[in-house]
Design a protein around this ligand. Structure first.
Ligand SMILES: [Zn+2]
Length: 424
């Protein structure tokens, strides 16, 4: 069956808690007919010439073609050289010339586009010559996506037209400690409220924040709300509907994405090669390509960084009095004994040193000096939300939860617009 992706533009209203909801959705103002401005200039006042710098062309050649001549060109170049070196214009870069509308069609403004967002505006229409840096305004649009899992999260996200970095945000950031995305089931579903950034209203410039999300896995709702508890550090975290932080003290995996758990912790593992005898596996093997970065799953001090026997090149990190983690078979190590590493720091790269049949990292999780299965541990959560903040938090998430739990009902309320994409 072909999955159909469709786009709905819905106008929504929440009559019961209108005030709260307004805050959380984007307001798009009705545009009145008004003059068009580009780069701060009223476009209708000029003849607009858009072109791309050809190979062999210089700033002087281009201006000359548009009726600005030497020595004026030298004067322009000289007076702006601290901001913009005209010798550095490169073939292939787009530019815009705003020329006078009269019969002379003389260039007055030269706009050099460094990339999609940044430009330099050289204005020489009056006696005062200026060069200014320009950044295109970015519009942030709130979007809602809903999907059902058929095989994997990435496939569903893909079918919704969402790009992989949003999938990674969901799987490896927000829910990394809450859900095992390798174990999602057909029929699990999700809803996300997230931001998309646009340049000049139409050119996609990446994702903003994921503001809230809910995952329904095995009939259980896993909520995630982005909330800044500490207004000074202003570091956002994700919390569930009761204010429990979703992040744990440990990452679920020492590989960021694109790995496969090739062997789990198993004390009763039998290996045919050894005559079907029990060869316990006290680690979890994450298979990944050679050279894939290996991350410290929690902050701590490196207590071993060496090469030894079947372990090959490995690193061991002590996190506190209870927990240590160890990473085996590295191609290369990046950290030294005694070094302090932060959660998520790259400590080495996947390899196949020591006893291993293929490239993977054997991840060993030590608790009180014994190797245990990290997936069976009730791992300590990161700092919980302060009690004094909880009432504010619960108030904050009320409209967000309503948004996640309800379908949008179109009404006659033009100022609130949100776009929903969903699978059919
Ligand atoms: Zn292993």
């Amino acid at each position: 069956m072909k999955k159909i992706v469709f786009l709905l533009v819905l106008i929504i209203s929440f009559s019961s808690c209108k005030k709260d909801v307004k805050k959380s959705v984007l307001l798009i103002k009705k545009e009145k007919p008004k003059p068009i401005y580009r780069f701060g200039y009223k476009i209708e006042d000029f003849k607009v010439i858009q072109d791309t710098i050809k190979s062999g062309e210089s700033f002087g050649i281009i201006l000359d073609r548009h009726h600005v001549y030497y020595p004026k060109i030298n004067k322009i170049a000289g007076s702006i050289k601290n901001i913009f070196d005209v010798r550095r214009v490169r073939a292939g870069k787009p530019y815009t010339i705003l020329a006078s509308k009269d019969s002379t069609e003389k260039a007055q403004i030269f706009i050099y586009k460094h990339d999609k967002i940044n430009a330099t505006i050289v204005d020489f229409k009056d006696s005062v010559i200026t060069a200014t840096r320009y950044k295109k305004p970015i519009k942030v649009v709130e979007k809602i996506a809903e999907g059902i899992i058929y095989s994997s999260l990435s496939q569903t996200m893909d079918s919704l037209g969402l790009k992989p970095n949003l999938t990674y945000t969901i799987a490896d950031n927000i829910y990394a400690w809450t859900l095992d995305f390798q174990k999602l089931q057909r029929g699990d579903s999700f809803k996300l409220v997230y931001e998309e950034k646009y340049i000049e209203d139409s050119l996609f410039a990446g994702y903003g924040n994921v503001k809230s999300a809910v995952f329904k896995h095995k009939g259980i709702h896993f909520y995630a709300y982005r909330f800044i508890a500490d207004s000074i550090k202003a570091f956002p975290e994700y919390y569930d509907e009761e204010g429990n932080m979703l992040r744990s003290q440990f990452l679920r995996s020492p590989i960021k994405f694109q790995y496969r758990i090739s062997s789990r912790y198993n004390l009763k593992r039998r290996i045919a090669y050894y005559g079907n005898r029990i060869r316990p596996h006290r680690g979890t093997d994450f298979a990944a390509n050679i050279g894939t970065p290996i991350l410290a799953t929690a902050s701590g001090t490196v207590i071993e960084s060496t090469r030894r026997g079947g372990n090959g090149k490995f690193v061991k990190i002590k996190h506190n009095g209870t927990y240590s983690t160890q990473y085996l078979h590295m191609k290369n190590r990046k950290v030294k004994k005694g070094q302090y590493v932060k959660q998520g720091d790259v400590i080495g790269w996947v390899g196949m040193t020591g006893n291993t049949g293929g490239p993977h990292v054997c991840y060993r999780f030590w608790k009180n000096g014994r190797e245990v299965d990290p997936f069976k541990q009730k791992l300590p959560a990161a700092k919980p939300l302060k009690k004094s903040l909880k009432p504010r938090y619960l108030e904050f998430i009320k409209p967000l939860k309503y948004q996640l739990d309800h379908k949008h009902i179109p009404t006659q309320q033009p100022e609130i617009v949100t776009e929903t994409i969903a699978q059919n």
